[in-house]
Design a protein around this ligand. Structure first.
Ligand SMILES: CC(C)(COP(=O)(O)OP(=O)(O)OC[C@H]1O[C@@H](n2cnc3c(N)ncnc32)[C@H](O)[C@@H]1OP(=O)(O)O)[C@@H](O)C(=O)NCCC(=O)NCCS
Length: 161
């Protein structure tokens, strides 16, 4: 059974994870635990309970803000003219041996669910993501994310009312 868990160095084999993007692999191998301990990000992994040390994919979430002028005209009309509170999914990756099997879709769903839960307590307009290139930008656009006006590799998904 697939399960989302908080990244735990004692339970999850971080070093075996390979997504094909060195920066995203290095982040999980070297920095994810450090940054979690410092309280600047929360990293969650997707595992199969039959082999729960194997990381199938992961994502990270932090608080963030975006300049209202980066959003589309409709959003600009309804939002006040100061930085808009958001959540940021700084990183998301699927292990290369599991890509194309729906893991990325599950990870995005989990991240959005976490954001919807958190915004019951702390307001946030959107989930923003940083795509690592045109291919991952296309992946996010597939899920309805909109590129920011000046920095199109940063995309946002309004979380609704
Ligand atoms: C991008 C990535 C996260 C996708 O994960 P995945 O587990 O292979 O994706 P899924 O199998 O869940 O695909 C889900 C959907 O996205 C679509 N999709 C996948 N990659 C896509 C792309 N580059 N462009 C457009 N759509 C894409 C799939 O067709 C699928 O569509 P469907 O649900 O309508 O059938 C994965 O390829 C990856 O880790 N790549 C390297 C790291 C990276 O680029 N991370 C993202 C930026 S930080």
């Amino acid at each position: 059974m697939l399960e989302e868990q908080l990244l735990d160095p004692h339970r999850h084999d971080r070093q075996a994870f390979t997504s094909g993007v060195a920066e995203l692999d290095e982040y999980l191998h070297r920095f994810a635990i450090q940054q979690s301990k410092k309280g600047v990000t929360v990293v969650r992994v997707l595992i199969d309970t039959d082999k729960s040390e194997t990381v199938l994919g992961y994502y990270s979430l932090s608080a963030a803000q975006v300049d209202v002028l980066q959003l589309d005209a409709r959003a600009q009309q309804k939002l006040p003219r100061y930085p808009v509170p958001c959540f940021r999914m700084g990183r998301l990756a699927t292990d290369i041996s599991h890509q194309g099997k729906g893991i990325g879709r599950i990870l995005i769903g989990c991240a959005v669910e976490r954001c919807l839960e958190a915004r019951k307590h702390v307001a946030a307009y959107a989930l923003i993501v940083d795509a690592k290139g045109e291919k991952s930008k296309a992946f996010y656009e597939h899920y309805g994310f909109t590129p920011c006006r000046d920095t199109p590799l940063t995309l946002y998904l309004p979380l609704g009312k």
